[in-house]
Design a binder for this molecule. Sequence first.
Ligand code: PGD
Ligand code: PGD
Ligand code: 6MO
Length: 833
Amino acid sequence: MPVTNVRTSSHLDRRSFLKSAAALAALGVGGTPLFTRGALAAAPETLPLSASHWGVFRARVKNGRFEEVIPWEGDKHPSVMLQGMRDSIYSPTRIKYPMVRRAWLEKGPGADPEGRGTGDFVRVSWDKALDLVAAEMQRVRKAHGNTAIYGGSYGWKSVGKVHSCRVLLWRMLKLTGGFVSSVGNYSNAAASVILPHVIGSAGVVDQCTTYEMLAKHCKVLVMWGCNPMNTSNIAWMVPDHGYMKHLDEVKKAGVKLICIDPVRTETCQHFGGEWVAVKPQTDVAMMLGIAHVLYSEKLHDEAFLKKYATGFEDFRKYLVGETDGVAKTADWAAAICGVPADKLRELAHTFAKNRTMLSMGWSTQRQHHGEQPPWMMVTLAAMLGQIGLPGGGFAFSYHYNAGVPSHNSPSVPGMTDGRGRSLADLPPGCTPGNTTSYCMGDAGVSIPVSRIVEMLLNPGMTIDFNGSKVKYPDIKMAFWAGGNPFAHHQDRNEMLRAWRKIETFVVNDFQWTATARHADIVLPVTTSYERNDIEQVGDFALSHIVPMRKIVEPLFEARSDYDIYAGICERLGLKEQYTEGLTEMDWIRNFYEKARMTARSKGQELPVFNAFWNSNDALAFPLEKPQRDYVSYAAYRNDPLLSALGTPSGKIEIFSKAIAKMKYDDCPAHPTWMEPIERLDGPTTKYPLHIASNHPIYRLHSQLCGTSLREKYAVAGREPCWINPVDADKRGLKDGDVARAFNDRGQILVGIKISKDIRPGVIRIDEGGWYDPENPREAGTLCRYGDVNNLTPSVATSKLAQGTSGQTGSCELEKYQGTPPKVAVFDEPAKQA
Ligand code: PGD
Ligand code: PGD
Ligand code: 6MO
């Protein structure tokens, strides 16, 4: 295989790094030079290097066509998802031309909103499409103001510092007047709002104690709804997949793995871990049961709680039932969580007697009252008293590539939405640094991101949000780039009805997702393989800077988001301000040069831009001992005064006065078990099966659903539904059957996959399946492919975080009788003219 001999940072220890540094110094480069060895000899141009959410790769190109994906030599565990990438360029789901929904084009904004999703589009020229968008933005702003345009545009887009389409959209919307934006995310909204009250930081994207330290010191690693072997396959930037090697080191060291999860995960199976099949959404009760054992058997660390935490006494009263008359004993917990009381007692003893790391993923906080599980886990870890010790404590990001040590590298800046604009670009009357919403360019309104449907349905309504109030604006126009709300948002049918209130919906994408199909104006964009960019490798590893080289010329009439917004700005006389006169390559060079300056302040000398770019190779950075030996909260443990936490008390807050002051009925001032609206065997739950809508193994959400990768997992052409044999037998279901999953919110078809690796009473239908309505005009219609968000509720986690509860929800399942309808969402829309 004609590959460049790249030395990855994971192989570049300090000694060899210094050796290669010396070699480069001999070439006359000043400072500490940084380059992979192979980079000095230019790699063959026929294998351009680029990067994606699935990893760094090389592309074999023949006659202008991307023929083969070759995983990068530096990626020791390349993701199978890389093999789906190519198809997103060439599959029938590719959007070829600018399209406008016929009713909108002929009758104007707001016409026949029920017709969205019927696929009745008219092809228009780029000039016409951009004229229409620019004019519609002006019409809406003039008639209703900037707060009538929603541009929150949540989504995972593609990687790359320049073509960050969501930021590019904001840049355009700010420059042209302003818009309503969003705060938070669908991933970890509840945890990232509660944890600052508890530990003084968002926690969810904090580096964790390195795997190397776990291998040395940890005895018990608890994966609490946490499956790194699936979810660390991808990254927000570019995954390094270094976790796999490290996980194996932990396994080899003999660390005991306990997986508390309704699914026996890949991680659990790989480790030969112990599977504790908890009932979903009952983790807080389970943890309270364990906490009660610790407390009643005096296994908790009083000295730690006294020195490093506040509020244990208030929590203790709740734990033993002094406040509500219910002692949260192991027996009490077992009746709720389905794990026998003896097992809870055993877990309490195991945790207390061994160096234990409690590692939680994010599914448990994407649930009704999702603020409570992370808070309770910190409380449990505080009771165990091992926080800040090597191999002990709690963590919220092992499933997200953390634990892999961070390299010493500069950060590469990316496109901004215009906050840093120059004086000449500021609106009249503004000076730099003036942060009023007018000068900042937005409309001064941001909603918690998952409240979009509630906002559309309730203009003028005021909601609580983490101690503040948010008033919903009245939205007439929405613009989306880089996200798929018709996959990611909950309660699809409620959403469909709400969307009818929008007069104009513009979507930029390269594939006919359900979102694009429900748009009024569809603008075809380039994939990241059809443009140049730059990115960093490893969200935590930060091991390389990678040139993302264009692999093929844009197909059909696709344009980059950057060019599209520049075209809209041109129509409004703002093109120069938008582009600052810079081309794609100018921006890439600019961002690289800024990283080069930052590196200099670290005593590192990066190659000049042309050398970097033309090397067709990734630039590697060194790994140093302090990063390899990182132990989370060690600084706090060593000096709680000097390294005080960012909470009001400077300590871990088991009771939060700040939250107490908010007086929310759904988020009390200490971790509390509260019944969710629905749960398995819940007191008021109507449907018998809990739906785990996990993150897919062969997709990133909905990305790659429209590709040939589907052949690896689809069952009878539908999204798979994992079900325990006990539940399948009860319903007469067999492997490979098509079944209808339904509840009061919606109905979908799925393909049955019987597995003992899922707990009885729980089915698993992964999020991100493309929504394929049988009759798009009718809310509640059957989804033919299996978009699980037809079944999930849109209820917020609580007034505190207003996060999504996508992992809440229950349904029933029945064998589909007759011939199932054909799946149509992976073909081009029906009536393009
Ligand atoms: P993606 O499929 O990544 O999903 O939801 P998100 O909307 O992020 O969508 C990205 C879209 O951007 C794709 O349509 C892709 O084609 C497009 N795109 C990619 N690159 C570009 C580009 O350069 N330009 C433009 N214009 N478009 C581009 C994810 C969200 O789903 C998240 S993060 C989570 S954590 C949630 N998880 C769950 C869950 O656990 N359970 C349920 N029930 N629901 C969930 N939804 C949430
Ligand atoms: P999930 O798959 O939703 O992933 O990471 P997150 O950790 O949220 O859930 C993890 C585990 O929790 C699963 O094994 C599930 O069975 C278990 N679980 C579900 N409900 C419960 C419960 O009530 N209690 C307990 N104890 N366990 C439960 C999400 C993260 O993954 C995010 S936010 C994004 S945006 C990325 N998305 C993807 C992706 O789409 N595809 C892949 N391959 N990888 C991803 N990584 C990221
Ligand atoms: Mo997410």
